[in-house]
Design a protein around this ligand. Structure first.
Ligand code: MF3
Ligand code: CO
Length: 258
């Protein structure tokens, strides 16, 4: 069941996703060699609560933290830990969710710890660009497959892998609503996009093969070949004038460029 949102509901979703963006900026500036992923989780939880929201991931299907923090070969759903110390050259995908005023925010960004290898930097840049290519297709009259294929074709043109096991989703009063938004597919296929739909587009792109392994902790997803992966996620509303991105990466990037 796909729930179409009113303009007022879209503004509440925007408030949530802006808070997620600001939380990611707050976390991003603390991503330096020596910090633990647990410390980053605490910063996010405090920031979210001090802004009148609650962390949407905490307790979701038993998930034990406010952020998912996935390092290098971890693709998504890495659990923050006081034992996980970030090192120069790591890449860190941080996924964050909020809940306030009856709606959910959900976005992700991949950060570099200090200087990273040029080929790893390219993986990050291409994954973010794949998200932008997909977002440009998020308009009424298109189908979900138009988004999927835009992400897939761009990422694969660099020889990268597109993870198949996880996908984007509708966003609203619940974190995961219909439709599913895969990162691979075919033009003109899948559910029709309509004005008032809000979806999360979230490419998970690997430097090597696309197969992943689900770790025994019940959450962490990593690449089978242990090559690095990147993950960026936008919440996007489909409006009369085209895609309306509810997430704001410029808040994060301004902080990183300080
Ligand atoms: N952002 C993730 C997604 O889009 C959700 C995190 S999983 C959780 O599916 F269980 F930690 F919430
Ligand atoms: Co999501």
């Amino acid at each position: 069941m796909i729930y179409l949102k009113t303009d007022e509901e879209i503004e509440l979703l925007r408030e949530n996703n802006l808070l997620v963006s600001r939380t990611l900026a707050e976390v991003g500036r603390r991503i330096v060699p020596g910090v633990t992923t647990k410390e980053l989780d605490k910063i996010a939880e405090d920031f979210i609560r001090s802004h009148g929201a609650v962390p949407a991931f905490l307790g979701y299907e038993g998930y034990p933290a406010s952020l998912c923090i996935s390092v290098n070969e971890e693709v998504v759903h890495g659990i923050p830990s006081s034992k996980r110390v970030l090192r120069e050259g790591d890449i860190v995908s941080v996924d964050c969710g909020t809940f306030m005023k009856g709606f959910v925010g959900d976005s992700a960004y991949t950060f570099a710890v200090g200087e990273v290898a040029q080929e790893v930097r390219q993986l990050m840049d291409v994954t973010k660009e794949a998200l932008y290519k997909g977002t440009a297709q998020a308009k009424a009259g298109n189908r979900v497959g138009d988004i999927s294929v835009a992400v897939q074709e761009y990422a694969e043109s660099f020889g990268y892998g597109v993870v198949r096991e996880l996908e984007g989703h509708g966003l609203g009063r619940k974190m995961h609503e219909d439709p599913g938004v895969p990162n691979y597919g075919a033009r003109g296929r899948g559910p029709l996009l309509k004005e008032g739909m809000v979806i999360c587009i979230e490419p998970m792109i690997t430097m090597g093969g696309r197969s992943v392994v689900f770790e025994r902790d019940g959450w962490t997803v990593r690449t089978r070949d242990r090559k690095p992966a990147a993950h960026y996620e936008f919440a996007v509303a489909i409006r009369k004038n085209g895609p309306d991105v509810l997430t704001d990466f410029s808040i994060i990037e301004q902080e990183l460029n300080k």
